[in-house]
Design a protein around this ligand. Structure first.
Ligand code: NAD
Ligand code: DAU
Length: 356
């Protein structure tokens, strides 16, 4: 199966993964138009896209995926032949303290985007069409000490965030089954890399270490996540978009499981050296805090279908990816200061009593 998009609508392109995808996709596909629809919530930042802002084939539109009229207008105006749907509320902790916006954006917003895409696709303005839903391994729930999530693992979401993503995945499936719409669905493990918002584990730890603030580790610190560099995720999405059969689902992951406490120790040690601190100094900042309610114990992705069918494999080793990421944060402290001001600061202070 081969599909060459000429005009893509990226939703949530001002966020972490969406902005990384826009940079790599535009470099690999210089003739393709890219329209970026993003509501610029606390997690969206146009400074992630400075390097592409003046590119004649790129257009940014501030708006909500739940605005049917706007979505319809963009699809028609730009003759969009592929929607790559990143826009979401993405932070599990926020979904526990305020689930409603997760349902509004991740479920209702996705449904509106799907419905406008269906009308556009059925209008026959474009020769071929794809709707790619960017999802997460969290829809599968939690694993015990062994085993992996495959694409056949039943959905068993445990947090309001993952339930909202599972809801959207089922709608995507329904649009394929009911209308024959050419949808695709990817489910990726935890990403890390540049432009990662410092509310998530790795960038939060980097940010707090630099500022000598406590490093909150939830529960016993033994929960396991499977980490993939965001550049590898972006490459996998492009491969799926261009070569996967409509209706298919692909897991994306790099076989890179880490206990949270081991990741935190690693980041502490790498930063001891870079910040010229005594070996072991940063580890003293680690503070075990109350566990996340419903905290999934272990995620581990079996991405063998993606390798077998479409030939994708991660290019980064974790060693190179994590050192590059730490160096990126050290070199982009202005970006960090910018995104951690305002609404984010208020949220974090409410969570941790003023230790942002
Ligand atoms: P993010 O929070 O960094 O970015 C989300 C973006 O969506 C922001 O730019 C925000 O402004 C935008 N947005 C939010 N609501 C919107 C709305 N109603 N209309 C338009 N734009 C809106 O998220 P991320 O970490 O980049 O994740 C992107 C996608 O990838 C999400 O769908 C997430 O579920 C999925 N995912 C993330 C990871 C991960 O490790 N971060 C892993 C697998 C899958
Ligand atoms: O697995 C993919 C998912 O990964 C994505 O779908 C989500 O959008 C993304 O946010 C991420 O979810 P997690 O909950 O796994 O990521 P987070 O960085 O919030 O937490 C990673 C682990 O670290 C988790 O076990 C909770 C723990 N943690 C997190 C934070 C923020 C801590 O111990 N302390 C912290 O301060």
């Amino acid at each position: 199966m081969s599909f060459s998009p000429t005009s893509i609508l990226v939703t949530g392109g001002a966020g972490f993964i969406g902005s990384n995808f826009i940079h790599s996709f535009s470099a690999n596909n210089p003739a393709c138009r890219i329209t970026n629809l993003d509501a610029l919530t606390y997690a969206g930042n146009l400074k992630n896209l400075t390097a592409i802002a003046d590119n004649a084939r790129y257009r940014f539109v501030k708006g909500d995926i739940g605005d049917a009229a706007l979505v319809s207008e963009l699809l028609t105006q730009e003759k969009v032949d592929a929607v790559v749907h990143f826009a979401a509320e993405s932070h599990v902790d926020r979904s526990i303290t305020g689930p409603e916006i997760f349902i509004r954006t991740n479920v209702l917003g996705s449904q509106i985007l799907l419905e406008e895409s269906r009308k556009h696709w059925q209008a026959g303005i474009v020769a071929d069409f794809r709707f790619l839903q960017i999802s997460t391994d969290e829809v599968y729930g939690s694993l015990g000490d062994s085993g992996y999530f495959t694409e056949e693992t039943p959905l068993a979401a445990n947090s309001p965030y993952s339930a909202s993503k599972a809801g959207a995945d089922l709608l995507v499936r329904a649009y394929h089954e009911t209308f024959g719409m050419p949808t695709l669905n990817t489910r990726c493990s935890n990403n890390y890399g540049p432009y990662h918002f410092p509310e998530k584990l790795i960038p939060l730890m980097i940010h707090n270490i630099i500022n000598k603030r406590p490093l909150p580790v939830y529960g016993d610190g033994l929960n396991i996540r499977d980490w993939l560099h965001v550049g590898d995720h972006a490459a996998a999405i492009e491969v799926v978009l261009k070569t996967a059969c409509p209706g298919s689902v692909y897991n994306i992951g790099g076989n890179n499981e880490w206990k949270n406490i081991d990741i935190v120790n690693l980041v502490c040690d790498l930063l001891d050296a870079r910040l010229h601190r005594v070996a072991g100094e940063n580890r003293k900042l680690i503070t075990f805090v109350k566990d996340r309610p419903g905290h999934d114990r272990r995620y581990a992705i079996d991405a063998s279908r993606l390798k077998r069918d479409l030939g994708w494999e991660p290019a980064y080793t974790f060693e190179s990816g994590i050192t590059e990421t730490i160096d990126w944060y050290l070199a982009h402290q202005e970006w960090v200061a910018d995104v951690t001001s305002g609404a984010y600061r208020t949220y974090y202070e409410n969570q941790y009593g003023g230790r942002s």
